[in-house]
Ligand binder design. Structure first.
Ligand code: ZN
Length: 282
C-alpha cells in the first residue's frame, strides 16, 4: 500500500492510493497513522479491505508528511562509502547517529532557509518508518518492526552543523529540514530495500545518483544497532544516509538560495519537490 496524509498543515487526514491511482480518504476507518495503525499486523488487515468504497480526494490536494510529526527522526551519517570520502571523513567502524529536532514536512512544501544561513545543503535518503516498538532487537527480527519506506531529504545548514560547536543537531533541525514523502510504501511492497536507485536534482541538474546498494550498514543492521541504544517507537523515522553529490562535496561548494528548486526520488517510493524561500516570521 501507498499511505499518505492530505489536507492543510496541522489538519491532515489519512489516505491511501487505490489500485487505479486515486487517493482515497481513509478518515472514516482511522483517525491517523498512530501506533496501532502502523503495526504491521494492522497494515496487513487494512490491505485486505476494499478502499474503493471510500471517497476520492480531489486531485491537487496538498499532501502533508506521510507520518504524523509525533515521532523522532534518527539519522545515520556517512553511511555511503563514496559520500564519506567526499566529506573527507573516515568510514565509520560503527554507524554514526544524530537526531533532527524538527518535524517531517510534506513532499511539496517550501523549504525555508533559516536566518543567518550561508551553507544550506541537500541529502536524498531512504527513510525507514517504524511500525512496532523496537528495543534491543536482533538483525533477524528487525524487519518485523518496520511499517515501510519513504523518500526523505536530510537538509543541513553546514556552518551551523560544523562550525558552531557541539553536535550536528544545530544544522539539521530548522522547520522544513526534514521533508518526507509523498507516500509511506508498506514494507511488503519493496522486495529489496538494498537495491533502490535514488537521485536528487537542483534546478533540473542531477547532482546525486546512486543506489541503496552502496550503503555501508543495511536496513536491518541499522534498526538493530539503533535499538541497542534507544527505543524505536511506531512513527519514528530513520534516515539512512546519503550518497555522494551533496553541495559540500563540489569544488567550489554549492549552497541553496531562495528560488532554487530541489527535486528527488527513489525507485518505487515516488518523488518530492521543494522550492527554497527565505524564512520570514509569521
Ligand atoms: Zn544525512
Amino acid at each position: 500500500m501507498r499511505l499518505l496524509r492530505w489536507g492543510q498543515p496541522g489538519a491532515e487526514k489519512p489516505g491511501l492510493i487505490d489500485g487505479e491511482g486515486i487517493i482515497r480518504d481513509l478518515s472514516p476507518w482511522l483517525s491517523d497513522f498512530g501506533a496501532d495503525e502502523l503495526d504491521p499486523a494492522s497494515l496487513d488487515e487494512l490491505a485486505k479491505r476494499d478502499p474503493t468504497v471510500l471517497a476520492a480526494v480531489a486531485p491537487g490536494t496538498r499532501l502533508g508528511a506521510c507520518v504524523p510529526g509525533s515521532g523522532k527522526i534518527v539519522c545515520v551519517g556517512l553511511n555511503y562509502a563514496d559520500h564519506a570520502r567526499e566529506a573527507g571523513m573516515d568510514l565509520p567502524a560503527e554507524p554514526v547517529l544524530f537526531m533532527k529536532g524538527c518535524r517531517p514536512s510534506g513532499p511539496e512544501d517550501t523549504i525555508a532557509l533559516p536566518p543567518e544561513h550561508s551553507r544550506v545543503d541537500w541529502e536524498i535518503e531512504l527513510a525507514v518508518v517504524i511500525g512496532r516498538e523496537a528495543l534491543c532487537v536482533s538483525e533477524a527480527d528487525a524487519p518485523s518492526h518496520l511499517a515501510g519506506y519513504a523518500t526523505f531529504i536530510d537538509m543541513s545548514e553546514r556552518s551551523f552543523q560544523l562550525e558552531r560547536g557541539g553536535q550536528w543537531v544545530k544544522g539539521k533541525s530548522f522547520p522544513g529540514f526534514a521533508p518526507i514523502g509523498p507516500w509511506l510504501v508498506t514494507a511488503d511492497e519493496i522486495d529489496d530495500p538494498a537495491a533502490l536507485a535514488l537521485w536528487l536534482e537542483v534546478n533540473g541538474e542531477r547532482v546525486q545518483s546512486s543506489s541503496t546498494r552502496e550503503m555501508v550498514f543495511g536496513i536491518a543492521a541499522l534498526v538493530s544497532y539503533i535499538s541497542r541504544f534507544m527505543p524505536l517507537y511506531p512513527g519514528d523515522v530513520i534516515a539512512t544516509g546519503t550518497p555522494p553529490g551533496v553541495g559540500m562535496g563540489f569544488s567550489p561548494p554549492r549552497w541553496l538560495k531562495a528560488g532554487d528548486e530541489v527535486k528527488a526520488g527513489i525507485d518505487g517510493l515516488g518523488e518530492q519537490r521543494h522550492r527554497c524561500v527565505e524564512w520570514a516570521a509569521s
